[in-house]
Ligand binder design. Structure first.
Ligand code: NAD
Length: 357
C-alpha cells in the first residue's frame, strides 16, 4: 500500500502492435509510471520501439525480471502468457496481462495460485468491460432492469479485417474476438458453471483476396495462407439454464464492422449495437448504442444515446488497474471470472471441428 504520490516502476515484455498502440503511449505519458524498460524476442522490433518511445531495451527476459520493477506488462502472443505471468509474480511484480490470460484452465489456475501466494494483483486486459456503453449495460443488469438474464446473443463481425499480428493469428478468431464476448457474458450476468460448450469455425475469405484490417499498422506481415479459419461460433449453456451464443468473423463481406449484443431477461431485453475494437467503422456507426425494451412501450428506449467514437476504453482499463494498486492487493478480484472464461474457451477449442478434419 502506498500513498497518493507514488510512481510505479514498470517493465514491459512484447513490443508488438498492442504495445505500440496502447501500452507504450500510456506508460510513457502516465504520471504514476516510471517505465524502466522493455523486452521483445525480436531485436529489430525492440530497436524500432527504442527509437519511437526512447525505451530502455532489456537484452533478455531475465534482465527484465531483475530490474526491480513493481509491475510487469505482458503483451506477447497468447501461448506465452501463462509462463511469463507466473514468473513475473514469482519476482514479486503485479502483472498487467493482455488477453487471453492463459490458453488453458490449468494455466489460468496456476496464475491464480501464484497471484495469491505472491500477494500481487493480476489484471487482464478485457478491454471492452471499460467501454462506457458496456458499463451502462452491466449496471442495468445489476439493477435488475431486465429481471434475471437468461440468454445472450453476441456477434462481432469485422468487414474484411484480418489482423496480421502473430498475437492475434496464433490462437485464431475465437480467442481474438470471441473471448471478449464470452467475457462480457460471464462478467455482466454472473453466469458460472458451464455445462456444455459447442464451437465451430470456418473460412470465408479466399487466401488470394484476403485483406488486412485497415487499422493494422505494423511492418511484420503474416502470410494469410498460414491461418485457417476467419469465422467462428461458440455456444455455452450454464448450470442455471442460461445460454450465451457468440459469433465472430475477421472477414465478413459487409460494409462496416459491427458488434451487437442482445441480452434477454425474464422481464425485459437490452440491445447494444455498436463497433468494438480498432476500427474506422466507429466514425460511421449511427443510432443509440444501448437500448432497453420491456414490451410495455412500443419501441426500444435508448439508455445511452451517443456512440463511443474514441478508443477511451484502452486507457480506462489501465487507469483502473493503477488506481486499484493503491489499495490492498486482493489476488482473487477478477480471477474467478477469468478462470471461468478460459475454461469455456478451452472447452470450445477442444470441441471445435477443425478445418480440414
Ligand atoms: N485487449 C485488446 O483489445 C487487444 C487487442 C489486440 C491484441 N491484444 C492481445 O495482445 C497480445 C499481443 O498481440 P499483438 O497484436 O500486439 O501481437 P504482435 O505479434 O504484434 O506482438 C507480440 C510481440 O511479442 C513478441 N514476443 C513473442 N514471444 C515473446 C517472448 N517470449 N518474450 C518477449 N516478446 C515476445 C513478438 O516478437 C512480438 O513483437 C495478444 O495476446 C493479443 O490477444 C489485445
Amino acid at each position: 500500500v502506498r500513498g497518493n504520490n507514488t510512481t510505479w516502476k514498470v517493465v514491459i515484455a512484447g513490443l508488438g502492435w498492442i504495445a505500440e498502440m496502447v501500452h507504450l503511449p500510456y506508460l510513457c505519458s502516465s504520471l504514476v509510471v516510471d517505465l524502466l524498460g522493455g523486452y521483445d524476442v525480436d531485436e529489430t522490433r525492440t530497436q524500432q520501439m527504442v527509437k519511437r518511445f526512447g525505451l530502455r531495451p532489456f537484452t533478455a527476459w531475465d534482465r527484465l525480471l531483475e530490474a526491480g520493477a513493481d509491475v510487469a506488462v505482458i503483451a506477447t502472443p497468447p501461448s506465452t502468457h501463462g509462463e511469463l505471468v507466473v514468473s513475473a509474480l514469482n519476482h514479486h511484480m503485479h502483472v498487467i496481462c493482455e488477453k487471453p490470460l492463459a490458453t488453458s484452465a490449468k494455466e489460468a489456475r496456476a496464475i491464480a495460485t501464484a497471484s495469491k501466494g505472491a500477494k500481487r494483483h493480476v489484471f487482464c486486459c478485457m478491454t471492452n468491460r471499460y467501454r462506457s456503453d458496456v458499463q451502462r449495460m452491466a449496471s442495468a443488469v445489476r439493477e435488475a432492469r431486465i429481471g434475471e438474464p437468461r440468454f445472450m446473443r453476441a456477434s462481432w463481425l469485422r468487414a474484411r479485417g484480418v489482423p496480421m499480428s502473430l498475437g492475434a493469428l496464433e490462437k485464431g478468431v475465437l480467442w481474438d474476438l470471441g473471448i471478449h464476448l464470452i467475457d462480457l457474458a460471464v462478467w455482466m450476468t454472473g453466469w458460472r458453471n458451464p455445462i456444455s460448450v459447442t464451437a465451430n469455425q470456418t473460412r470465408i475469405a479466399p487466401s488470394e483476396t484476403i485483406e488486412t484490417a485497415n487499422w493494422y499498422r505494423r511492418g511484420a506481415y503474416v502470410n494469410p495462407k498460414s491461418f485457417g479459419a476467419d469465422t467462428a461460433t461458440i455456444e455455452v449453456s450454464f448450470k442455471n439454464g442460461a445460454i450465451a451464443s457468440v459469433e465472430v468473423s475477421w472477414a465478413a463481406h459487409i460494409p462496416d464492422d459491427r458488434t451487437e449484443i442482445l441480452l434477454l431477461g425474464t422481464d425485459a431485453a437490452l440491445r447494444l449495437s455498436t463497433v468494438f475494437g480498432w476500427s474506422s467503422s466507429r466514425d460511421l456507426v449511427k443510432g443509440p448504442p444501448l437500448a432497453i425494451s420491456s414490451c410495455q412501450e412500443d419501441d426500444w428506449i435508448p439508455l445511452v444515446s451517443k456512440q463511443n467514437r474514441d478508443h477511451l476504453e484502452y486507457k480506462a482499463q489501465l487507469d483502473s488497474f493503477f488506481n486499484s494498486l493503491g489499495g490492498r492487493p486482493n489476488a482473487t478480484d477478477q480471477m474467478d471470472e477469468l478462470v471461468e472464461v478460459i475454461k469455456i474457451m478451452e472447452a470450445g477449442e477442444l470441441n471445435m471441428r477443425r478445418l480440414g478434419d
